[in-house]
Each structure stands twice: as C-alpha cells, then as structure tokens.
Design a protein around this ligand. Sequence first.
Ligand SMILES: [Zn+2]
Length: 393
Amino acid sequence: MTGLADLAGVGVDRRGGFARHGFSGVDLELRRWFAEEAERRGLDVETDRNGNTWAWWGPPGESAVVTGSHLDSVPGGGAFDGPLGVVAALRAIDLLRGRGFTPGRPLAVVVFVEEEGGRFGSACLGSRLLTGALDADAARRLTDPGGVSLAEAVRTSGFDPARLGRDGGALRRIGVFVELHVEQGRGLVDLGAPVGVASSILAHGRWRFRFTGEGNHAGATMMGDRRDPMVAAAATVLAARRAAVDDTRATVGRLVPTPGGTNVIPSSVDLWLDARAHDTPRTRDLVATITEAACRAAADEGCAVGITEESYGDPVTFDVGLRDRLVDTLGGVPVLPTGAGHDAGVLAAHAPTAMLFVRNPTGVSHAPEEFAEEADCAEGARALADVLAELAQ
Ligand SMILES: [Zn+2]
C-alpha cells in the first residue's frame, strides 16, 4: 500500500526489520511524513500534550469518530504492525471523499506515540498517558537502554515534559475509536477471510527480574565457588516455559548481563518477563509460579533477586454493541480474539472501541516476516471506510 512503501527506508534496523522508537530522530521523521500526508489531504494536524498526533477532517470537537494506530515498532519489527492502521486510515478518507461522503461528526486520524514501549519499556505509552492509566511522574522517570530519561527525550523532540499526563480535553473528543491492525496470528488465514473484527485482548504485563551475584574470573573461579546470576536467570527462563500452560503465555525476550564479557562471570543479570492470560487471576498465578522458581534458583546459586512490575493491563472485551455493528456493516466478517496489546485496549475503558484485523499470511509479527498482501490491505482500507461512514454519518 502506497504509504507503507514511502516508509520502507525510515528507521531500518541493521539487525533486520525496523527500529522506530518514540521521541527519537526516526520518530520526528515519521511525524513529518504523517503531517505532510494529512496536510496534503487538507486535514488539520495537531499534537496533544503527550506527543500523540491528530489529523482532523473538519473542525475538532467532542464525540468524534477517531481511527488510527501507531508508527513506532519493536526492535527488529515488521513493516505492518502500526503503520498499516495509519496508512489505511488515510486511504479510507480518500475513499470516503471519492464517494462524496461528508462526515456528520468530527472525524480524526490519530497516531499514538511509543505504542510498543520499544525504547522506554512501557507499552502504549501515548495512550496510557492520555487516559491517565500511566502516572506522568513515573513516565518522566522512565529511561531508555542508553540512560536517557523520557523527560529528556520529550524535550529533545520539541515537546514540554511538564505537560505530560491525563488529557481530559483530548479524551472527551473521542466518541468512538476504531483501530485497524495487521493480525498477529493465523486466525484469518485459517478462516480464509481477509478482514475480521476483534473481540478481546488478553491480560498482559511486564516484569523485570534483577539477579545479583558475584562478578568474577571465568578461568580462575572454581565451579563450586561461584555465585553466578546467569545460572539463576537461565533457570527462570526454563521455569517460564514450564509454567505457561493451556492458554497462558510467558516470554523472556530480553536479558542483559552486567558487565557482559565472554570470560566474565556476570555480577548481575536483568531479565524481562512478558506474561499474558485470559484473566487477571490466571496472569497473577502464572507470574507467581515463575517468581517462586526465580527465588529458588537465586537461593540455590547464592544470589539475590529483586522483581519489579513495569506494566500491567487487565484483559479487554471490546464494546459488544459496536463490534456487532461493525460485523453487520461489513456483511458478517469473522470475530476473533487477540493475544497482542493495543492502544485500542487502553481506550476501551473510556469510549466504545473496536478493532479491525487484516489477514497476515505468515502469522508472524514483531519480526521482519510480518506481512499482508496488497489486496488484503486494500480490502482493510475499504472496510475501514465503510465503518467510518456508518459511524460518522
Ligand atoms: Zn501495533
């Protein structure tokens, strides 16, 4: 799809895929691209207190029909997760104009900042600041892997970190929110359908485990004399795999030994756990089981472990009335759940919210293999235009 091709050279990750993170130079480039695309269509562009960008068709106002997604990626992310929802929103506006449609309510395309939490570790940063789900002081103190604080990065990008936080005015304008997204699984492939509507999102959270032992020499330290935090961390990775049964999910995708030398027993290891389940009790049980195993492994190795909850989100069931209205509008497309988090999940607590999914033939996401066929992207944009016409009439 046109816009996706425009972005193909922006934020390329030398390890493969894309590295597009919030409040970075790449983010500024993506913001410029979006503003130009919006202005070319005569939309009025504004940035809210938290760095989310809005493009308005007609005067901004309350009870607006809002669509959009995000342009940032995970490290090594694919081309579709986020950008497809933004590009499809712009395409849907073109289609609606081509049909001679004029919205009867304010209509906006929004781009939420740092949805993936790829830089500051906190998912859905822009939408959670907007709704107040994330405390502004806590957010300002977040740091990226290079030690740069969010407050500093916000300032460098030309925004005022003092203004971060719940934005009642911006929130009241969202009458209804619809996010189009590439599917992050094979649900639509198995159903043979190009487009579907979301039913729910799993509960999910992120926890940091810091194992502390004794840094020492890899050759001179006898095996029996070691207090190696890597051994405790490794046992925790295996415990996470064993603990995630049935429909629960536990992943360790990031592990940082300090100081990190081949011939050095690390003095500490930080490990991040991503855990998800259908409800909060099952998510909490899963994390408790892994925590217990981590404490046991640390004790066995003569190490200490400290655990911090970095984020948590309850499960989300999207507005059933809105979901059914979308399914009807689209002639009975399938309804399916997702295990992935989204800004739509954050907004669902504040306004009727829905999601459209576009088929992903690889079923892979958060990796360069993430994909959607051109025809399916076009079908998604058409479906989004139909939905916006229904909601904004
Ligand atoms: Zn996404």
